[in-house]
Design a protein around this ligand. Structure first.
Ligand SMILES: [Zn+2]
Length: 70
């Protein structure tokens, strides 16, 4: 069960996202831009946008969000 998209925050608070499929865009923004980063991912993934986000803590202790279109 792999995620269709991943969203995380770096040490500076900036948001970054990657998603399945061919994508040449950089999905990233400042700490103020989480909603905009999600919107840009969903624009890319139309007509199957991410509809569900789940908090995930990786073994190294970092946390991020995993997104699913189902
Ligand atoms: Zn994209």
């Amino acid at each position: 069960m792999s995620a269709d998209a991943k969203l995380w925050q770096d040490e500076d608070g900036c948001w970054h996202a990657v998603h399945d499929g061919d994508c040449t865009r950089e999905h990233e923004g400042t700490a103020y831009d989480m909603v905009a980063v999600i919107a840009s991912v969903n624009t890319c993934m139309a007509p199957m946008p991410i509809t569900r986000w789940m908090l995930h803590v990786y073994p190294d202790g970092h946390a991020g969000l995993r997104g699913f279109s189902w």
